[in-house]
Write a protein that binds this ligand. Structure first.
Ligand code: HAM
Length: 411
């Protein structure tokens, strides 16, 4: 068909191996985060646009260029979530949980950003995410990062991933640093790209993130935040590094990390890989002590991260194997008994299928095609003797097994 429908640009279907890779990442994150005491939440896929518009930063790319915002039929402005964090803060306030702190939250699900699609970058992508709400201690930052590192390790991809760490200081440090950056970049404004010139007033720290080659040369010699940190901010950062060492999490300091969203202060970090070309960030996060208040709640210190499931899935060496079940194959007038057996096996937790039709040969072909590890062949004589023939489809060996022992044997 000439005008066959394709998935919308920047979206993809997850089928077979792709879905198994994806699911393995999410299952692993869910399991590991639970061992750290995180509870799973599910927040809506869309929110009132105001949840994201101001809070992520009016000058951030996500808000200026990438949000899927529309008016719904009732005239409300709605946005498909581009990230979890703002929605989680909104949910904390909406559900009256600001009196039950700390909350340790795990989430997984699809996100939407109108970005230019390429390998590892999609318009609908998936994140796993954890947030600790209500803890101002550097131990919380380190524990959140340690949990992320543990997930990356459990996925077997730690050799391809580096944790890069930075501090953005407190407000006083940032104000002083901001002034220093404005001074430095103003001196060199002739060499700045158009985009960065526009950022000079509104958000000079974002220039540090520029991909423009000319900007990057300037950025290399730009001041770092370190000399502008207040004693309190430097002390907090020391704490984070000390706890990370105690957790045994390896990290590299990178004073250029500013993150693409505006709500961060103090800790900022990214998990970087060299294996995905331009899309080198598999995850990122940091501390955001002001966001809950921006949602109309009290001051609630918080820290968290999100990891890109699609990118982690691409990094997995081996896809998890396809599940191999058993195929029940009736011969002659034994279908009723075969159905009883297939249900017994399923209730015992065994993946079991029965071909809907065909002679023995056709049904055995089907058993092979679905990758069954064993066939349970049921003939009329077998039923009379209270057995079934179990054929190991890998070795070809076959033996009679008493019907009552089938589930135990096949497990
Ligand atoms: P983020 O850095 O915008 O942070 O996104 C986190 C991760 O999501 C990225 O490192 C990347 O792996 C993945 N990602 C982002 N955009 C795309 C895309 N278009 N296609 C595929 N993957 C993508 C946040 O979202 C913050 N909410 C993290 C956070 C949680 N901070 C505190 N708590």
């Amino acid at each position: 068909m000439a005008n066959e429908l394709q998935p919308a640009r920047g979206t993809h279907d997850l089928i077979g191996e792709d879905q198994r890779r994806h699911q393995h990442v999410i299952d692993t994150a869910r399991r590991v985060s639970a061992t750290y005491g995180f509870d799973e939440w599910a927040t809506p896929l869309f929110e009132d646009t105001r949840v994201f518009a101001r809070t992520l930063g009016e000058t951030s790319d996500v808000v200026m260029k990438e949000m899927y915002s529309f008016q719904d039929r009732g005239g409300d402005s709605i946005t498909l979530r581009p990230e979890f964090t703002a929605g989680v803060c909104r949910a904390l306030v909406s559900n009256g949980l600001t009196q039950s702190l700390p909350q340790k939250v795990f989430l997984a699900g699809p996100m939407f950003r109108y970005d230019r699609p390429q390998k590892g970058r999609y318009r609908q992508f998936h994140q796993i995410d954890i947030e600790v709400l209500g803890s101002a201690e550097p131990l919380a930052d380190a524990e959140v990062i340690a949990c992320g590192w543990e997930i990356i390790t459990a996925l077997g991809i730690a050799p391809h991933v580096v944790l890069e760490l930075n501090t953005l200081g407190d407000q006083e440090s940032r104000q002083a640093y901001r002034n220093a950056l404005v001074g430095y970049f103003t001196e060199h404004q002739g060499a700045l790209s158009q985009d960065s010139l526009a950022r000079l007033d509104r958000n000079p720290m974002r220039i540090l993130d520029s991909k423009d080659p000319g900007d990057r040369k300037l950025v290399a010699d730009a001041p770092t935040i370190t000399p502008y940190l207040t004693e309190a901010a430097a002390g907090f950062y020391d704490g984070v590094r000390r706890y990370l060492e105690q957790f045994g999490v390896p990290f590299r300091e990178n004073p250029r990390i500013v993150r693409g969203l505006d709500y961060y202060g103090h800790t900022a970090f990214e998990f970087i890989t060299t294996k995905l070309g331009a899309q080198d960030a598999v995850g990122g996060g940091g501390r955001y002590d002001g966001l809950v208040a921006e949602m109309g709640g009290p001051q609630v210190p918080a820290v968290g991260w999100a990891l890109g499931v699609d990118r982690l899935a691409l990094l997995l060496d081996e896809p998890p194997p396809a599940p191999a079940g058993v195929a029940v194959v009736p011969i002659g007038e034994t279908e009723a008994k075969a159905l009883e057996i297939v249900q017994t096996l399923r209730r015992a937790g065994i993946r079991a299928e029965i071909a809907y039709r065909g002679n023995l040969r056709r049904r055995m072909e089907r058993a092979n095609r679905i990758g069954a590890r064993a066939a349970v062949i049921i003939g009329e004589d077998d039923i009379a003797r209270g057995v079934a023939q179990v054929k190991d489809l890998r070795t070809g060996e076959q033996e009679a097994v008493a019907l009552g022992d089938l589930a135990t044997r096949l497990r």
